[in-house]
Unconditional design. Structure first.
Lengths: 256, 436, 563
């Protein structure tokens, strides 16, 4: 039997959902793999939703909204872009970024909706089943995905995403704009850091470890691990539990 | 707030009429909205996108259509026309003629089973400027409001020969009703009337022979272009020539076709410079190798963001603007139009071969304006647009009758919408006068 | 309520055949049967047309008979039919927000007509997801806002006066605030008005009389807005008049502050004597001080250039008007208008243009690349049509300069929390369909404060603003969207006050209140939900589309989460 992917779609009420309805009224056929969740605006789609879907083994997630400038809520779709870019950057660490897509479909584009869905379905078919969809779960990958999710949930990344447009598009009181490139560098670094920190946290949740243990397990330079540990200590997320053979052993002390 | 039992009549369910009705309805005033067509939305519903934001037209209009349809204070009369008006400001009595739909509007589920089984085909659809045909049971466009089908009286086999009736059997909702007849109804207690009857285009009445319109397949009107490039139109948004199905690589847009023209209409249609730029932009978005030429007399771009829009057209969409007067249009044996024109900037006669010509045709008063003006007792100007007060363009020559939108002068959508609200304000003043 | 309370969930599911549109492709009976296997489902059935009166009656009966507290209809699209079913469940005492729609026609059977097995599986999933969301639905209270039926109009020019007169006539108490000592704005400095050459002073006098006769209208001249607080229906405004502070409470605000005229310093020999602006010319004409024989006018001075891209739209008509007035006084005068494009749209304006040409006004086109050169007694202009430079003698040069945004627009914009566009004119909610509204409900914009307009459009927009405001003021209370963002009591401790939500809300619906807490003004929120997905602490919830509900849909499709 050929692989029939399971695809989740988030459609904004005003343009894309109407476009999907128009495809129906016009009887334009497209693959039946997609299941739709209607939201009022594409800006509503929380990165958390995408991660939850992927963790459940859903093979692909597509978000569709109004074309730029058409948003019923003025600028919600621009916020959707920022959130999508965050998730995309995070997922690229696991080569999973092709499993998600953001597209604009207007209420008059029934055809386009069908084309977009067909194309995305084919793309997912080519990628094959989600590595998290079978019975034998790749637990390491799951843990990594979970670390990404936690990163996306982190205050730092959510705050950066929420402020990005203001920071890069509007002038500050001195009439200056923060260069997009500079912001991107800052953003990328933050993504990286939060990902590793959450991997550390997940690892320490299972059992306490030393910096050296973590470095070996995560395949990351121990100096970098130490820096992260210090940050996490500062955030009261890890604490030193013990010292064994002159090595401090750390523990995840977060409440979950 | 105390309200009286008086209503306001709005004639025309285009964007102006809809806006006037919604404003009044929202104020708590009863409104009768009369529309000649089977559905509301007017010309704006037929457009692909709107300038200068390139918003998808139906995307922004559709919520207003359904709001209007569902509004507790608005009674919608489709397929209806005003026949007779009696009384005076504050107390009109209006007779409405309503054509039969042959489908129960409140029962129809909009499923389209009737159209599927209908044996009649080839019925022209005004909504697609006759570029697409349909069954005798039809809905003008998929998101039409009211969301109900209708049966075309002229072509329906059952209505003409008493046989067939397939749609009756197919309709599980039992919405088809051939016992419906055209009816008249009288609306009393009408405090004031707002005329928002919209406009027609000059090609509806004048052949435009000079431009080869209807003679050459690759010379089309701007409204036809809107339908052809619209994703929900006859070509599903893939712009092709009607002569041979080829994608045009060079398009000429001709301004002032029938307007600012001594032999036709001497006025300016106001909106063509902008919508032409928009159309050229949309066409370019479909094909980034496209060359477009706009032949114009004066660029009329005074509205908000319009100049910037023109600059974008030139800089980002490869549009070339040529100040000129068209002398002649002919076609070669492949159907490619050739333009001969006087270039006003160089004072030379030049020519250009293109694949497609789009005519920005003159806006004229709507069909039936004479009869409407007579029944309303209002004056028209020398072009048969409704005559208005120069500083209060929502006021007609008769007290209690107001006007908005293109029925009194060509104008763009924002101005129509603002005028609609201003007419609503006038009507509200009258209906509430002396109440406090 | 400080925390959520569980209740016994009883869902009813109604699968519609829609004639053969759904039933012809998938087995609706089996779908209804499948629905009974889902959690919390107390009843399911299938109907030929659920939206028909028979179908609606079936829903009402089932709600009563099976004591249902959630209703799911699997049929066409919520975009057309949700209001109908919401009304239906409300009739039997259910909160309309406890209804959920599942689209198995437009987005299932109609688009998978040749894959009916897959369509059936999809319909099952969609019903499962819809039912899962229904279980999490919450009854929503209608949000009602009190309206103080009083209007404030800022700016007593032509548009503001018209708004004020109309609102007063409609019966609303109205306050009109003007910063100068007299009403009239730009109209005060004009001579005659196009297109019918009416005296501006007579027009203004007529208007002023109407203002004075308006019973419900209070005028505050020499007054300035000091502060504005509040939201739709209830604004507290402070006005300063001659050093006194006047406090007002109003329900709606109309911005009609007009625009300023660009002064052409250092352009085309501007000196206020031999080279003057159109506005200065109006004054000279009024006092019969024009004795020049060779008059040249230059259009687009300081407009349609790199610095100021826009066309001010009124200057061509002003120039034509004044040229015709000069010609009337002195038929022998030579009037030349140097233009780029003549902006006379519509019927009357185009006729006016024609009239000017007939009267012998000469029109010469110039381009931005080759601007006219002004010497002491003559002007050099390159004419492309002739391909040569022309010398025009002049003894009066008139510069048509654009209207520009007032330099204090940003102060007012900040007080009202409304946006300006790049030229500092006020920015409306939507240039096409909401030309008189701001995105924030209860505040409206008209006249040249938004964009340069002539008298005719100013009166139109002034009246239009009266209509838009009247929609609100006509009601003691108004109901606003119930499915809004909110910060539940039980989440308040999560909020860290980062204010990102304030930054991204397009409607200024989120503020920090006196207690330094985030507060979402329900009356302003439109329910897009972007703040919910942005909130750094997941503290904000979106009613009817909350995380729990959306997550339930995801899990219903994806299966259980493995943590």
């Amino acid at each position: 039997m050929s692989f029939e992917p399971r695809i989740l779609g988030f459609l904004c009420n005003w343009c894309s959902y109407a476009g999907a309805d128009l495809a129906g009224v016009s009887r334009i056929q497209y693959p039946p793999n997609i299941r739709v969740i209607r939201v009022m605006c594409s800006g509503r789609v929380d990165p958390e939703f995408i991660f939850k879907a992927l963790k459940l083994g859903i093979d692909g997630v597509i978000i569709t909204g109004c074309h730029p400038g058409d948003c019923h809520y003025i600028e919600g779709n621009y916020e959707a872009v920022k959130k999508f870019e965050l998730v995309q950057k995070l997922l690229s660490k696991l080569n999973m970024e092709k499993r998600i897509r953001l597209e604009w479909v207007s209420a008059s584009e029934g055809n386009r909706f069908a084309e977009v869905i067909t194309d995305f379905t084919n793309q997912i078919k080519e990628l094959g089943p989600s590595p998290l969809s079978g019975k034998d779960l790749d637990m390491e990958l799951m843990e990594k995905l979970e670390a990404l999710e936690m990163a996306a949930e982190s205050y730092r990344l959510r705050a950066l995403v929420g402020r990005e447009r203001k920071i890069t598009e509007q002038e500050n009181v001195y009439g200056e704009k923060y260069p997009k490139e500079k912001f991107d560098n800052l953003f990328d670094a933050a993504i990286n850091n939060e990902y590793i920190r959450n991997r550390i946290l997940l690892s320490l949740e299972k059992n306490p470890k030393s910096v050296k243990d973590l470095a070996t397990q995560l395949n990351i330079d121990s100096k970098e691990i130490l820096n992260h540990i210090l940050v996490l200590k500062g955030r009261n997320q890890v604490a030193m539990e013990d010292i064994i053979e002159n090595q401090p052993i750390y523990l995840n002390v977060m409440e979950r | 707030m105390v309200e009286n039992s008086k209503s306001i009549l709005v004639i025309g369910g285009g964007v102006a009429g809809i806006q006037a009705a919604l404003d009044l309805g929202d104020m708590g005033i009863n409104v009768h909205l009369v529309e000649k067509r089977p559905c509301i939305g007017g010309k704006m519903a037929q457009l692909d996108k709107t300038f200068p934001t390139l918003d998808c037209s139906i995307c922004i209009l559709a919520p207003k259509l359904s709001e209007c349809y569902r509004h507790p204070n608005i009674t919608l009369h489709t397929l209806s026309e005003v026949q007779k008006v009696e009384g005076s400001s504050g107390q009109f009595s209006v007779e409405i003629f309503k054509r039969a739909r042959y489908v129960k509007e409140d029962v129809c589920t909009g499923c389209g089973d009737c159209a599927t089984v209908c044996p009649v085909r080839g019925v022209k659809n005004y909504f697609d400027v006759d570029l697409m045909t349909q069954a005798a049971a039809y809905i003008p466009f998929p998101s039409a409001v009211p969301p109900a089908y209708l049966v075309d009286k002229e072509s329906c086999v059952y209505l003409n020969y008493g046989i067939c009736g397939l749609c009756i059997q197919a309709c599980g909702a039992e919405a088809i009703d051939f016992t419906q007849t055209d009816t008249s109804l009288t609306l009393d207690n009408i405090s004031s009337i707002i005329v928002a009857a919209g406009y027609s285009l000059i090609e509806d009445t004048v052949p435009l022979k000079k431009f080869g319109y209807k003679k050459y397949k690759n010379v089309i009107s701007a409204l036809e272009f809107e339908r052809l490039i619209c994703a929900s139109g006859p070509l599903e948004g893939h712009l092709k020539r009607l002569s041979d199905g080829k994608e045009p690589k060079k398009i000429a847009f001709l301004q002032c076709v029938g307007s600012r023209d001594e032999r036709n209409k001497d006025y300016c249609s106001s909106i063509c410079c902008m919508y032409t730029t928009k159309e050229a932009m949309i066409a370019y978005e479909h094909d980034n190798n496209l060359e477009t030429y706009v032949f114009y007399i004066d660029m009329r771009a005074g509205g908000k963001g319009f100049q910037k829009f023109l600059h974008r057209g030139e800089d980002e969409y490869n549009i070339k603007y040529i100040k000129s007067k068209i002398a002649q249009i002919s076609v070669d044996n492949k159907g490619n139009p050739k333009l001969v024109y006087e270039n006003y900037d160089t004072n030379k006669i030049e020519q250009l071969k293109v694949d497609l010509v789009v005519l920005a045709t003159c806006i004229i008063p709507p069909e039936g304006i004479d009869e409407l003006a007579i029944s309303l007792g209002i004056e028209l100007d020398e072009n048969k647009f409704i005559k208005t007060n120069p500083f209060y363009p929502m006021e007609t020559t008769r007290e209690g009758i107001y006007v908005c939108g293109c029925v009194h002068e060509p104008m763009d959508i924002p101005r129509s919408v603002a005028e609609a609200s201003s007419a609503a304000a006038k009507a509200a003043e009258l209906v509430r006068g002396g109440e406090f | 309520m400080t925390e959520k309370q569980d209740e016994d969930i009883r869902i009813g599911i109604f699968v519609c055949h829609c004639g053969t549109n759904i039933g012809g492709f998938v087995d609706c009976e089996q779908l209804a049967e499948y629905a009974t296997t889902l959690p919390n489902v107390a009843h399911s059935e299938h109907n030929l047309y659920t939206c028909s009166e028979t179908g609606l009656a079936a829903i009402r009966n089932a709600v009563k008979e099976h004591n249902l507290n959630r209703v799911v209809v699997a049929s066409c699209t919520p975009r057309t039919h949700e209001p109908l079913f919401r009304d239906c469940v409300q009739e039997v005492g259910l909160n309309p927000y406890l209804f959920n729609f599942v689209n198995i026609r437009d987005q299932c059977t109609w688009v998978h007509m040749k894959e009916t097995d897959a369509a059936f599986e999809k319909a099952k999933d969609l019903i499962k997801m819809g039912s899962a969301k229904a279980a999490k639905l919450e009854a929503l209270e209608r949000i009602v806002v009190d309206i103080n039926p009083i209007a404030l109009i800022i700016g007593g020019g032509i548009s503001g006066m018209n708004t004020a007169i109309s609102l007063s006539k409609q019966g609303f108490k109205t306050h009109l605030v003007e910063k100068e000592d007299k009403l009239g704005g730009r109209l005060k400095s004009l001579y005659k008005l196009f297109p019918n050459d009416q005296e501006a002073s007579a027009f203004l006098e007529d208007m002023t009389k109407k203002v004075e006769a308006s019973k419900n209208l209070t005028v505050y001249t020499s007054s300035k807005i000091k502060s504005i607080e509040g939201f739709i229906g209830n604004y507290n405004v402070e006005i300063e008049q001659n050093g006194d502070i006047i406090s007002l409470n109003v329900g709606a605000i109309i911005v009609a502050v007009g625009a300023s005229v660009f002064e052409p310093t250092n352009l085309f020999g501007y000196d206020g004597e031999k080279s003057i602006t159109q506005l200065e010319l109006e004054n000279k004409l009024k006092n019969n001080e024009v004795d020049a024989n060779n008059i040249v006018m230059i259009q687009c001075v300081g407009a349609r250039n790199e610095e100021r891209v826009y066309c001010s739209s009124i200057c061509c008509m002003t120039a034509l008007k004044n040229a015709l007035i000069i010609k009337e006084f002195n038929p022998d005068a030579h009037v030349t208008i140097l233009f780029r494009d003549i902006y006379t749209p519509g019927i009357q304006y185009e006729q006016y243009f024609k009239k000017a040409r007939k009267a012998g006004v000469l029109f010469i086109k110039y381009t931005l690349e080759k601007l006219p050169l002004v010497d002491k007694n003559e002007i050099k202009v390159f004419n492309e049509y002739l391909g040569e430079e022309i010398l025009i003698p002049y003894d009066l040069l008139v510069l048509s300069t654009p209207l520009i945004a007032n330099n204090d627009n940003s102060d007012l914009a900040q007080m009202l929390k409304v946006p300006l566009e790049e030229n500092n004119f006020f920015l409306e909610a939507h240039v096409k369909l909401r030309p008189i509204d701001f995105a924030t409900d209860g505040i409206y914009i008209c006249g040249s404060a938004k964009w340069p307009v002539d008298i005719t459009e100013s009166t139109t927009q002034g009246l239009a603003a009266a209509s838009r405001a009247s929609r609100i003021l006509s009601h003691e209370t108004i109901e606003v969207e119930s499915s809004t963002a909110y910060l539940p009591e039980w989440n308040k401790s999560l909020c860290k006050g980062c204010e990102v939500c304030i930054t991204i809300c397009p409607y200024n619906a989120i503020i920090k209140n006196e207690d330094d807490e985030i507060e979402i003004i329900q009356a302003l929120c439109k329910g897009c939900g972007t703040c919910g997905s942005t909130c750094t602490k997941h503290a904000i919830e979106i009613k009817h589309f909350n995380n729990e509900q959306i997550m339930a849909e995801i899990i219903a499709f994806g299966g259980k989460i493995i943590e």
